[in-house]
Design a protein around this ligand. Structure first.
Ligand code: HEC
Length: 399
């Protein structure tokens, strides 16, 4: 009963999270596009820095961008913060539902580190909180203010170390999602704690007839640039749980970092274009990094396949025995593993035909990577993985 409710809650929260995320990133891309396409305002528009016309769904829109703050603050002013707010709140709830309530399955891999649920959740939550505090402290400090490039370098090194560190204590997937979660939290809190307050301050100063403090605006801009470069990496990390070849790789953190860098480079290409200083190099650089990473991660698998291609044929009975021992508790019409009411992702191994049908998925999760059995709950051995691999390579015959 409890699990059924949790599954539905998971669906609703994930749905909200994705929709809020689309709205957030969509509006952020839209405003960057808007800024990049402003034109000289028509004569007579005082205080206006640029204007632009758009047509969408049969309506025509005129936008004026003001230099700093308009002299009269409009009665209704839209802030664009709840997209970020809902993405953050739903993200934290989702993290708790999947990884903290389901810690034994998704967070802890006793072969990586033998943690109790409390220890694992403590490390997860601690990383998110301490990570944000360190990031914010660094950029708010005098040192960070005066040496933004050094602060950037420190941040990148620290996030890499966090990726490496978490992969020594969590399942690959949980390590990925905590790096993504930390980046997401940095982005959301940047909006609420740094960007919006700076904007409020600008308005308050203008309404009181004072000159706004330019340093606040500058700092807000810096946070907004961070958020900009983090959008593509964070979306990759959130999608990565569908791709066991990333988080399931023995050095999964290398792929995490390399593909995130490729994403940030693509963002950089957009930024250069928007700033009217277009340059093509970030795209080939991103493609090269992506291809090298993919080749590096896949070559051993391909070589192993070739080396073993001439191996002995495996009898299906042997495969059936292994699956019954290691997988069937979860992947069955009626799972017996506590907390599973239905077969996860609809993948069942009751019938020989079910096993054959899922051979490619078994290869991805159990042979090319160790992402299944989940958290290796059922203690599958490397020899058993090799047997399944040989059977699949020989054509996955069930007779
Ligand atoms: C402790 C329970 C458990 C055991 C044991 C287990 N699995 Fe899974 N399996 C899961 C869960 C949960 C998921 C869904 C993961 C997710 O939500 O992405 C899953 C997903 C899968 C998928 C789909 C992956 C995808 O991303 O689409 C495959 C294939 C799979 N398991 C194969 C196996 C094989 C083969 C074994 C035995 C060697 C096995 N599993 C053992 C719980 C288990």
């Amino acid at each position: 009963m409890e699990t059924v409710i949790l599954d539905w809650l998971n669906l609703v929260v994930r749905w909200t999270h994705v929709i809020a995320g689309i709205a957030w990133i969509g509006s952020s891309f839209f405003f960057m596009w808007l800024d990049a396409h402003l034109e000289e305002p028509a004569p007579g528009k005082d205080g206006v820095e640029g204007e632009l016309w758009m047509v969408h769904s049969g309506g025509f829109y005129e936008v004026d961008k003001f230099q700093v703050v308009p002299s009269a603050i409009p009665r209704t002013l839209h802030w664009f913060k709840w997209e970020a707010g809902f993405t953050g709140i739903s993200g934290v709830i989702l993290l708790a539902i999947v990884y903290y309530l389901g810690a034994e399955a998704f967070l802890i891999d006793t072969e990586v580190a033998d943690l109790t649920r409390l220890q694992a959740v403590g490390i997860g939550v601690g990383t998110l909180i301490v990570g944000w505090l360190a990031y914010d402290g660094l950029y708010a400090s005098g040192f960070g203010q005066q040496n933004p490039r050094i602060a950037d370098a420190i941040s990148i090194v620290v996030i890499c170390l966090i990726a490496v560190g978490l992969s020594q204590v969590f399942t690959g997937r949980a390590a990925y999602v905590h790096v993504g979660g930390l980046i997401g939290i940095v982005m959301v809190v940047n909006v609420f704690a740094r960007i919006i307050p700076a904007q409020r301050n600008l308005i308050a100063a203008r309404t009181a007839g004072d000159e706004p403090d330019p340093s606040l605006g500058k700092r807000a801009k810096q946070r907004s640039i961070h958020n900009n470069y983090l959008t593509l990496p964070v979306v990759f990390i959130m999608l990565s749980s569908h791709y066991p070849m990333t988080f399931g790789h023995p050095q999964g953190w290398v792929l995490l970092i390399a593909i995130s860098v490729a994403g940030a480079l693509v963002r950089h290409w957009f930024n250069l274009r928007n700033a009217s200083t277009p340059a093509l190099w970030p795209i080939p650089a991103a493609v090269v990094i992506f291809l090298i990473t993919a080749a590096w991660a896949s070559l051993p698998t391909i070589q192993a396949e070739r080396a073993a291609a001439s191996g002995e044929a495996v009898n299906f009975i042997e495969v059936r025995t292994i699956i019954d021992k290691r997988c069937i508790v979860c992947h069955a019409e009626r799972p017996t593993y506590e907390g599973f009411e239905v077969a996860p992702k609809g993948i069942k191994f009751d019938l020989a035909a079910d096993i054959r049908k899922n051979a490619t998925a078994i290869k991805k999760t159990t042979i090319d990577t160790d992402t299944m059995p989940l958290g290796n709950e059922t203690k599958m051995t490397p020899e058993e993985r090799a047997v399944l691999g040989a059977w699949i390579r020989a054509g996955a015959n069930v007779e």
